[in-house]
Design a protein around this ligand. Structure first.
Ligand code: UDP
Length: 457
């Protein structure tokens, strides 16, 4: 396309508004804002609907229109809220305010027709509102394709008797879903597994009535998994990721990032540091935190460790074990929240000990940093299994947090030939992620198709 033609296409999109509504969780808000940034660059106008609870910062995005809706939710941080309670709360209290808000927008903004609503598939009322107002709805999948395959297989896994399991930590392979085992089935914390299964069935049904799926993933990585989705659902799919390449993470972060660690990283030897973070929601027992501390101390490697306030059940801040600081002060740094993408891109970082949230996993793949995997719940388990057994760019700790296993895992990753081979493999993934985004690359082409699709809705 010539520059003049490109400009004409952009002009056509001017005044076409896309309404994006992420669930109020860091891992969902981040890719939604990244997608919005990309759509803005293509000429669309952007409205972000958000809750006051876990609100993004509008001043970071002066070109977007932000529409807060009152949620009546308690003033809590996401990590304090039980997942099922959060989503049932949202589904009860949000439908009416969301519909009223869109009604008003449609009345006021006749010159800027809303062409599409983009949501992340977890808030069931969005479909009802979209249908009521006759607006098309697309889903931004914030998880990996692999984990979606696992979620949508939950009815089959029940039918075959894999779940509920007497031993959820069983390493019995699931022959229908290689290389997953029973322990990798994406369960979510909370006692009420029956309502979780029910939610999964509902969400799957609703996904399949949308106008298509936008994936924060790329063809090189998840082509095979996508073909499994396509076998059971004919809707259009757009793999346009990795989205983290489109916007600065400092603007999407809900927590202030401590940049002082970048100065510390400057003083460390190349590829010597293990970066440790378990994301925005994970919360663990104090005894587990102690094991992590001693595993790091005993590994003798430099480390940068994110301990988010609220990381330990029931406590605002945590006490590190006696003797830990004396043993590690020369080679360890603890911060409350880091500029993670910048950290992963730093030449001193040689490994990432992660919970394998999808954003963290993608960020690590994009920076070519091999992983030590400690998945805690949900899709993280599937991601960790794919990291260690399909893409083979990480090693999984199989027994929770045990100082001996941690020390051994860090050694494999940072010192041994196995770790070196992972580093070589992840370098190739990184290169392919870059190729996908370039003109002519698969994600770039997919984005062009997505634009046409939105214009045709
Ligand atoms: N993150 C960050 N600083 C930190 C830890 C995490 O900015 O110290 C960001 C990270 O870059 C990622 C997001 O928080 O984009 C976490 O999302 P993910 O899907 O990995 O996990 P979740 O928080 O949803 O469990």
């Amino acid at each position: 396309m010539t520059i003049a033609e490109e400009r004409k296409v952009q002009q056509e999109k001017k005044g076409r508004r896309i309404v994006l509504f992420p669930s109020p969780l860091q891992g969902h808000i981040t890719p939604m804002l990244q997608l919005a940034t990309l759509l803005l660059s293509k000429g669309f106008s952007i409205t972000i609907v958000h809750t006051r609870f876990n609100s993004p910062n509008p001043s970071n995005y002066p070109e977007f229109n932000f529409e807060p809706i009152s949620d009546g939710l308690p003033n809590q941080k996401a990590s304090d809220v039980e997942f099922m309670a959060l989503f049932s709360g949202l589904n009860v209290s949000f439908e009416a305010p969301f519909r009223d808000m869109l009604d008003l927008m449609l009345l006021k903004n006749t010159e800027e027709p809303i062409v599409c609503i983009v949501e992340d598939g977890l808030m069931q009322f969005v479909q009802r509102v979209a249908d009521h107002l006759k607006l098309p709805r697309m889903i931004l999948e914030t998880n990996s394709v692999a984990s979606l395959v696992a979620y949508t297989s939950i009815p089959l896994l029940r039918q075959k008797g894999y779940i509920p399991s007497q031993d959820p930590m069983s390493k019995t392979p699931i022959t229908e879903l290689p290389p997953l085992r029973i322990k990798d089935i994406p369960v979510i914390k909370g006692d009420n597994q029956e309502s979780l299964y029910e939610l999964v069935v509902q969400v799957t049904k609703q996904r399949n009535t949308s106008s298509g799926f936008i994936w924060n993933s790329f063809d090189y990585l998840e082509r095979t998994e996508l073909s499994k989705i396509q076998q059971c659902c004919q809707l259009p799919n757009f793999l346009i990721g990795p989205l983290n390449k489109y916007s600065l993470e400092s603007s999407t972060s809900l927590i202030a990032q401590d940049h002082s660690c970048m100065i510390w990283l400057e003083k460390q030897a190349p590829k010597s540091v293990i970066y440790v973070s378990f994301g925005s929601l994970a919360s663990m027992k104090n005894t587990e935190l102690m094991e992590i501390a001693w595993g790091l101390a005993n590994s003798m490697h430099p480390f940068l460790w994110v301990i988010r306030p609220g990381s330990v059940h029931g406590s605002g801040w945590v006490e590190l074990p006696n003797g830990f600081e004396e043993k590690t002060w020369e080679r360890g740094l603890v911060v409350k929240w880091a500029p993670q993408q910048e950290v992963l891109a730093h030449p001193s970082v040689g490994g990432f000990w992660t919970h394998n949230g999808w954003n963290s996993t993608l960020e690590s793949l994009c920076e070519g940093v091999p992983m030590l995997c400690s998945p805690l719940f949900g899709d993280q388990k599937v991601n960790a299994r794919f990291v260690s057994h399909v893409w083979r760019v990480g090693v999984q700790l199989e027994n929770g947090f045990d100082r001996g296993e941690i020390e051994g895992g860090i050694k494999i990753l940072m010192d041994e030939k196995e770790g070196e081979e992972m580093r070589e493999r992840i370098k190739i993934v990184k290169e392919n992620a870059e190729i996908c985004l370039r003109k002519g690359g698969s994600s770039h082409e997919s984005m062009n198709r997505l634009e046409d699709h939105i214009m045709s809705l």
